[in-house]
Design a protein around this ligand. Structure first.
Ligand SMILES: *[C@@H]1O[C@H](CO)[C@@H](O)[C@H](O)[C@H]1NC(C)=O
Ligand SMILES: *[C@@H]1O[C@H](CO)[C@@H](O)[C@H](O)[C@H]1NC(C)=O
Length: 498
């Protein structure tokens, strides 16, 4: 190597390590990672914060190891009117309702991540926190499945809850119970709970085999309830209405049951119902086709050639999202963010990124050249880079130069649309803050939230990459369990392998 090359190399290395240091320190200024430093974010640190978010969403009696200290015990009588124990689980978003259907989806995503990226997560010492985030959800789903033909699907009246601005610890709105049974079915909710329990059963197989077996047996029971008594779940509408029908959940749940149990009956179910699978451009709490397709594409590349239909649909999903694809369906903002719809858009950007990262890994492991979308070709690493750009956008590489994860960088949303975070902690302000007092004093205030809900991902910017940071603007300023769960999945896939 010539002397000049050496100097260039030295300069490059110095710059590189400087960049690493700056990024490691969570960037004193969000801009530090912009122009000069094109290095990566510290995804392990990011992942830890995104998992921590779930502790701030906990309902019920908080455990000894609770790290989010501004929260207290809440909703300790949930289920009492019908003599069932429905204490626990997660508050859905910035409100105090427990919606079982999207909660189960969040648990499925977290469990998928724990199985898909176990090594990376373990290397960052986050595996036990991720497992407890999963278990907080699965414990609740197990409690909610009170008989072979009963699943409680919601605790709390959405309308009454949304009319109030109260901390969960003070909440005094009706804790109305909603359930599905054989005579009033709700296939989407039961099948998603089945998917969650099967996915989690894989996570706990090596650490708690009893629990893992329990999860699998309850998953089978829920799948039977879902499949035998078919009917669309509209019990949580207008908050969560099923638009995509229940076929996606039935396929998704049976794939997870197959993966957890190895029972070929579940794979046969998938094959005999492959006509249900559709080419889609969205992966969400409502529409799970893409998730099932990605899992089945992996099986296809491992030699199950009769799953070609699902692999083709998985390719369609990739082609609907990759910029420059001839069949692209989802546009990006001028700043490069996938933009599915205005309300809580980051959930779609992150769930898409999560499955694109998984698919990219599937392609690499199968030594497949990439994906052909009409005349455009995308290699596995191009797919990965695009998904990574979405995560990086959230962390600060965006036209606002801000992070959309609370507590990350120096500029992040300060007025999260979140009841608990926007009212002083019960430990600081023990006097009750009632429904209207909360609205007048805290919801309407322009002050930053007193509690930093570290790791919360907000709905995100508008179609022009702008973000107003207004507490009242729930479409852009509210977090949600399934949005954070998808972000956990995408961030975990970017943690370097050690
Ligand atoms: C697992 O279950 C078996 C049988 O129900 C029980 O005897 C055993 O103590 C359990 N083990 C643990 C670690 O809970
Ligand atoms: C973001 O940073 C870039 C580069 O430093 C700068 O040109 C731009 O004006 C900044 N935008 C905002 C909204 O601060």
């Amino acid at each position: 190597m010539g002397q000049r090359h050496c100097w260039v190399m030295l300069l490059f290395l110095t710059l590189f390590f400087w960049c690493v240091m700056v990024t490691r320190e969570e960037m004193p200024r969000a801009e530090a990672d912009q122009g000069l430093c094109l290095g990566d974010f510290d995804y392990g640190n990011v992942l830890g914060k995104a998992i921590l978010f779930f502790e701030g969403q906990r309902s019920g009696k908080l455990p000894r190891g609770q790290r989010v200290k501004w929260r207290g015990d809440s909703a300790l009588l949930d289920g009492r009117p019908e003599n069932v124990n429905l204490v626990g689980g997660y508050y859905d978003a910035g409100d105090n309702v427990k919606f079982g259907w999207p909660m189960a989806f969040a648990v499925t995503l977290l469990s998928w991540t724990a199985t898909e990226n176990r090594r990376e997560i373990s290397a960052t010492n986050q595996l036990r926190y991720l497992r407890s985030a999963i278990k907080w959800g699965t414990d609740f789903l197990l409690q909610a499945h009170t008989s072979p033909t009963t699943l409680y699907t919601q605790v709390g009246d959405g309308n009454l809850d949304h009319q109030c601005w109260e901390r969960p610890e003070d909440m005094d709105t009706a804790r109305t119970l909603y359930k599905i049974t054989s005579s009033s079915p709700g296939t989407e909710a039961a099948a998603e709970a089945a998917a969650a329990l099967s996915a989690a059963s894989i996570v706990f197989k090596s650490v708690n085999s009893n629990y893992s077996r329990l999860l699998l047996s309850k998953s089978k029971s829920l799948f039977e309830l879902a499949d035998k008594y078919r009917g669309s779940y509209q019990g949580s509408c207008p908050f969560y209405c099923s638009y995509s029908g229940y076929q996606d959940e039935l396929l998704w749940a049976s794939v997870w049951l197959y993966k957890a149990s190895g029972d070929s009956n579940y794979l046969n179910y998938v094959l005999s119902n492959q006509g249900w699978s559709q080419a889609v451009s969205e992966f969400s709490w409502d529409n799970k086709f893409a998730g099932a397709q990605m899992l089945l594409a992996e099986e296809f590349h491992r030699g199950k050639s009769n799953l070609a239909k699902f692999n083709n649909d998985a390719i369609s999903f990739v082609c609907a999202l990759m910029p420059g694809s001839s069949s692209v369906q989802i546009k990006t903002t001028p700043g490069g963010l996938l933009y599915t719809r205005d309300s809580s858009n980051l959930q779609y950007a992150m769930s898409a990124s999560m499955v694109l990262l998984i698919h990219s890994k599937t392609l690499s492991e199968a030594h497949v050249d990439g994906v052909q979308c009409g005349s455009a070709h995308f290699s596995a690493s191009q797919i990965r880079e695009f998904a990574k750009s979405q995560v990086d956008y959230i962390l600060g590489k965006n036209p606002m130069n801000m992070s959309y994860m609370v507590g990350w960088g120096s500029r992040y949303p300060r007025r999260l649309h979140h009841r608990g975070a926007s009212i002083p902690s019960i430990h600081v302000h023990p006097a009750k803050v009632g429904c209207n007092d909360g609205l007048a004093t805290y919801y309407s205030s322009t002050d930053p939230n007193p509690n930093t809900h570290v790791g919360a991902i907000v709905g995100g910017p508008d179609s022009n990459d702008r973000f107003g940071d207004l507490r009242s603007d729930y479409s852009h300023s509210e977090p949600a369990t399934y949005m954070n769960a998808a972000f956990v999945g995408a961030a975990a896939a970017l943690v370097p392998r050690t």
